[in-house]
Design a protein around this ligand. Sequence first.
Ligand code: KIV
Ligand code: ZN
Length: 506
Amino acid sequence: MDRVIIFDTTLRDGEQAAGGKMNIEEKLEIARQLELLGADVIEAGFPISSPSDFEAVQTIAQEVRKPTICALARALPQDIDRAWEAIKDAEHPRIHTFLSASDIHLVYQLKKSREEIMEMARSMVARAKKYVADVEFSPMDASRTEPDYLYQILREAIAAGATTVNIPDTVGYAIPAEFGRLIEGITQNVPNIDQAVISVHCHNDLGLAVANSLEAIKHGARQVECTINGIGERAGNASLEEIVMALKTRDDFFGLTTKIDTTQIYKTSRRVSEVTGFVVQPNKAIVGDNAFRHQSGIHQDGVIKMAVTYEIMDPRTVGIPASSLVMGKLSGRHALKERLAELGYSLSDEDLGRVFIAFKELADKKKEVTDKDIESLVAEDKRTVTEFYHLERLQVTCGDRGIPTASIRLIAPDGAAKADAALGTGPVDAVYQAINRIVGVPNKLTEFTVKSVTEGIDAIGEVLIRIESEGITYTGRGADTDIIVASAKAYMNALNRLLSAKKVVK
Ligand code: KIV
Ligand code: ZN
């Protein structure tokens, strides 16, 4: 097989990243984008973990038809049954069941013998197989599992019906050459391995997730589990865009393809970053702001003469838009629509109408409206259409004398306007206190950052905040040329997510 199956787990392992919680609408939107990207398998979630995760997986299974929709389940009957319940309407359903295999996990965590684990693996794969033909099995912490035991458990899982066997480097411990040998060992020592696809799932604790995945591919793995922007538990997972672009750019070395439409990479990365609130570091390979920027004079000179001198990939291959039209005050709705299409957005007439109004307001304040501004306007619009409470009006007084005071008017879920005012230690605090008086959901602000979308004094300010409630972190974003307004919007966004997760408001 000369194609590598791309298994995206942004919505499951990616969401496990601290503070990466997404609501159902956001998950569905990301799943649709992953379908456009051409992911073969979307791991949509872990249905037994919460009613909202169940609902998200079920919704994605019903709405996203092209890729395989996979649900995660521990090797326990109730997990497998719940996973099936969530994905049974999918066009291509898959159950992914996992169970620890390393002695470290068996002795200290599960307190079970190898024989007991073997039996659980066998019987739970068989249980999943009664529901669906496509079953994946993962012996968790495989890279720290004694190889002979690993071979046996894989053999038993395949005999019980697993069609994909996934080798997780759960704690990011493996080193590429060693991981490659482990995969080769599996190809040689698991007698029925020809009946299953070998998959790998690498974590990035030592910064080696992509290198380990590529080494595994070289030694016979034909499915990689990865996430957009490499988000995931702790230091994250192998990054989808890096693996796909390594295979494409170094086709001469690997001789393997994927089904990914690489021109969708940039847009997918931006959406995941917006939804999760995880900012992509500027030097991040493939999708970072600096990934295709040349600073040194020598490099610039080379690129001007012939791009290949210092560029191994064409930025257009990953969908980074080439800026052409300058948008401003005189640009009309049609020009905005065209620009949005070039940036990869296709908005309904209604959505375009709202974004156009916001665009005009911005163009009144700013001479040139850049692509980043436009992306920020679309993101801001998306945030507001799904909210329970809507920020209608905000007024603040502050300065070096007097006490910062904010008055706020919100539209409540029942449509009623609610107003209140509060004092604070600063203008943002005053705004948050006033909002709290109306919404009344206790929480703690744990992070607050503000950055400008573009250069210049008239730039849009983007605020990212995280709040914590009952041990769960919710992220909020807001954008506006006034950073106090942006701060208020970000807080409303985080509160709305909290309310949605807790279903406090119906
Ligand atoms: O890292 C891991 O081992 C996992 C498994 C559930 C595959 O995420
Ligand atoms: Zn994982």
